[in-house]
Design a protein around this ligand. Structure first.
Ligand code: HCA
Ligand code: CU
Length: 385
């Protein structure tokens, strides 16, 4: 599937709620759901309605809010949880069960054959009660699971033809893109069932892993705004959008209101009581700032020289820093022009030298640069008077 066509299954309202600082109110959850849909997401995952009374009420409120997309409830592989979820009116159930030896031992204690039986039983139960609901089964900790065990889960479940999709989760966020390519690629070759990838970011590969999953057959990617989730989270929505945009700008712009993304991220950060990290892909404070003279000169000529993403498409502006020791006379000239000062090349170079000298001893503001430029201009005027 082309990257820009991948289905974003956003789980800010499930995995994101598992972020240590997140304690979203019912109103906040609806606000986030609406903002995600306004941005263009068409598939939202919410916390299991079996988790608590408010989780159930919130799932119902979101599922019946008339949003232009599918609302999926995350559930354990248990008919009671599935029944509670179906009663909320969600359009999809996302079942999950651990498959790796370490998690099977530390969590449910079941053998692989029992995992298959339980998933099949719940799927049959769901299909009887709600034939049209979208049903996904995901194996937790799939990437620390022997491939034979993993295939012994997915292949028999695939034959049942009860599932619309298989999820595959890098739960501890330690997989690398080559491993994701291997495992997702194998699953893709062996089943016709669409694949959803869920990847944590513990070693920093979550976006690259999501990319590898798509190029090896995944059709759905789990994201959350700012990557919010357990520990340091999962593939961030904005990171995945950047990958899609870099592959197909027009296609991604047609699907998403990209200029709504920075505000969405700021708002979710606020609701989760954290800041937007300064270097976050796309929406971090420094994502479009340029500093060194060599960079700024080229960016003034053509921003694409040092930008893979056009900030204007996201409603953002680039920042070009002038007042520092790495500055160059081209950047200084742009500032002089902006101030209406017509300086000859020698004067520009003199001003640049003064900026660098001053910056070697202290931190400069734009006002400091402007003062130096005005001084040099005044000296020149005096000389020629
Ligand atoms: C969890 C685990 C999970 C599930 C992912 C999935 C994971 O917190 O329940 O449903 O595909 O990382 O394995 O988030
Ligand atoms: Cu997770």
């Amino acid at each position: 599937m082309p990257l820009a066509d991948v289905v974003i299954v956003d789980t800010t309202l499930r995995e994101g709620e598992q972020f240590i600082h997140a304690d979203f109110s019912s109103e906040a959850k609806l606000e986030i759901a609406r903002a995600l849909c306004d941005f263009g997401v068409r598939y939202l995952e919410v916390t299991s309605p079996a988790a608590s009374r408010r989780s159930r009420e919130d799932a119902e409120a979101i599922a019946t809010a008339g949003l232009p997309g599918t609302v999926a409830a995350h559930v354990r592989c248990h008919p009671d949880d599935a029944a509670i979820a179906l009663d909320t009116g969600v359009g999809a159930l996302h079942m999950v069960m651990a498959t790796s030896p370490i998690l099977r031992a530390a969590s449910h204690g079941k053998a692989i054959s029992e995992v298959v039986r339980m998933a099949a039983d719940v799927a049959e139960f769901v299909r009887k009660r709600a034939p049209d609901v979208t049903l996904r089964f995901s194996s937790e900790d799939a990437f620390r699971c022997p491939l034979s065990d993993l295939m012994n889960v997915y292949l028999p479940l695939s034959e049942l033809k009860l599932f619309d999709r298989f999820g595959i989760a890098d739960t501890t966020g330690a997989a690398t893109p080559d491993r994701v390519a291997e495992v997702v690629g194998l699953l893709h070759r062996l089943t016709a069932t669409p694949i959803e990838f869920h990847g944590h970011n513990d070693i920093g590969c979550a976006v690259a892993n999501a990319h590898a999953a798509v190029t090896n057959g995944a059709t759905h990617i789990n994201t959350s705004v700012l990557g919010l989730g357990e520990r340091n989270g999962i593939t961030p929505l904005e990171g995945m959008i950047a990958v899609m945009y870099a592959a197909d700008r027009a296609g991604t712009m047609a699907r998403f209101r990209l200029d709504a993304l920075p505000a969405l991220c700021r708002r979710v950060a606020e609701l989760a009581e954290v800041g937007v990290p300064f270097n976050q892909v796309l929406v971090g404070e420094t994502a479009f700032s340029h500093k060194a003279g060599i960079h700024t000169k080229a960016v003034y000529n053509d921003p694409r020289a040092y930008e893979a993403l056009d900030p204007a498409d996201f409603g953002l502006t680039r920042e070009i820093a002038i007042g520092h020791r790495l500055t160059g006379w081209n950047a200084v000239r742009v500032r002089a022009d902006a101030l209406g000062l017509r300086l000859a090349l020698n004067d520009l170079k003199e001003a640049t030298t003064r900026v660098k000298q001053a910056a070697d001893t202290r931190r400069l503001t734009l006002d400091d640069v402007d003062r130096i430029l005005t001084e040099v201009a005044a000296e020149t005027a005096r000389r020629s008077a």
